[in-house]
Write a protein that binds this ligand. Structure first.
Ligand code: ADP
Ligand code: MG
Length: 311
């Protein structure tokens, strides 16, 4: 059966540097093309933590150095990361398609995601980004640039930015049109470039939208049947890493909700995935969310592994 599937790729699908990424995406393309070959419509979303961190750090370092390059705002760093990750992904998917005699067009859409300027996340920034600074430098940045600086695990001070929830996807009509016309689309990279609306303008804000939530949002907008979150583990566990660890296969929203309340899922890693999966499964009858590993994606779709969350 033909399904519309949003695939969200995690850090392990892309690696930590351009060289590693170029190699890893060849593998990442395989399960994606398996899905396309089986006749599904596939939309791809991905994280950008290490990549945007690297770009931001390089830009900050160069602007502080003798090179004295212009300062690069954080939303622009996010846009750069979408472009460079998309470039690697679209080429790898194209190549894998061609090797199977398919010439489905593949493209990346630089995607902005609307956030609410009154989101309470803006009051308590949580995501550390960029370079490490001394306490003195950190204080200077706070007064001069209005950055929020926080001590990061004994390693020095870093800028922290908020993680607001996605409200809407600005380029949704473009993504829809491409998908409806048989294109494979890479979108909401890194959770999307966070923007707020000011009159007719969209203004980029220094923030990080969780890619799991942004993937869920675009899946709802596109009326997808499946949200598949591919990460480093084959299944979601309760008592994760403990002696009584138990891997979960198929659950209802009520069942997993109970485990969320009991605190089984780590905030910042598994919790946002579980929350995104629950939100998607809840949003409309028939929608399913699957959390599994990149390697097991195909088997997961066949219902043989992974953690499936249904209404
Ligand atoms: P991604 O880059 O795919 O978003 P994350 O590192 O953010 O990956 O999240 C996936 C990780 O979450 C897993 O590799 C695992 O170490 C961790 N994790 C935390 N709690 C759980 C849990 N209850 N079950 C499975 N994995 C968990
Ligand atoms: Mg993550």
């Amino acid at each position: 059966m033909k399904n519309k599937i949003v695939v969200a790729l995690g850090g392990n699908a892309l690696g930590k540097n351009p060289k590693e990424q170029l190699e890893l995406v060849k593998n990442t393309a395989k399960p994606i093309v398996d899905l396309i070959e089986a006749g599904n419509e596939v939309i791809i979303a991905h994280g950008n933590g290490p990549q945007v961190g690297m770009i931001n750090l390089a830009m900050e370092t160069a602007s502080k150095s003798e090179a004295n390059t212009p300062e690069m705002p954080f939303p622009e760093c996010g846009a750069m990361s979408q472009g460079y990750i998309g470039y690697h992904l679209q080429n790898a998917i194209r190549e894998e398609l061609l090797s199977r005699n398919m010439n489905t067009p593949v493209a990346t859409v630089v995607t902005q995601v609307m956030v609410d300027k009154n989101d309470s996340a803006f009051e308590t920034p949580t995501k550390p980004i960029g370079a490490f600074y001394t306490e003195e430098e950190a204080k200077k940045l706070e007064t001069e640039k209005g950055y929020k600086m926080k001590e990061d695990a004994g390693r020095g001070y870093r800028r922290v930015v908020p993680s607001p929830i996605p409200v809407d996807v600005v380029e949704k009509e473009t993504v829809k049109t491409l998908v409806d016309n048989g294109h494979v689309v890479i979108t909401v990279g890194g959770g999307g470039i966070p923007v707020i609306k000011e009159g007719n303008s969209l203004v980029g804000v220094p923030a990080v939208i969780d890619k799991d939530f942004a993937s869920e949002k675009i899946a709802e907008i596109l009326d997808a049947d499946y949200l598949i979150i591919l990460t480093a583990v084959e299944k979601v566990a309760i008592n994760f890493g403990k002696e009584n660890e138990k891997w979960l296969s198929k659950l209802t929203i009520e069942e997993i909700e109970k485990y969320v309340e009991e605190g089984h899922f780590a905030p910042g890693s598994m919790l946002p995935k579980v929350q995104a999966a629950m939100k998607f499964a809840k949003s409309k009858a028939g929608r399913k969310a699957l959390i599994t590993s990149l390697e097991k994606a195909a088997q997961g779709i066949e219902g043989k592994t992974g953690t499936l969350i249904v209404k």
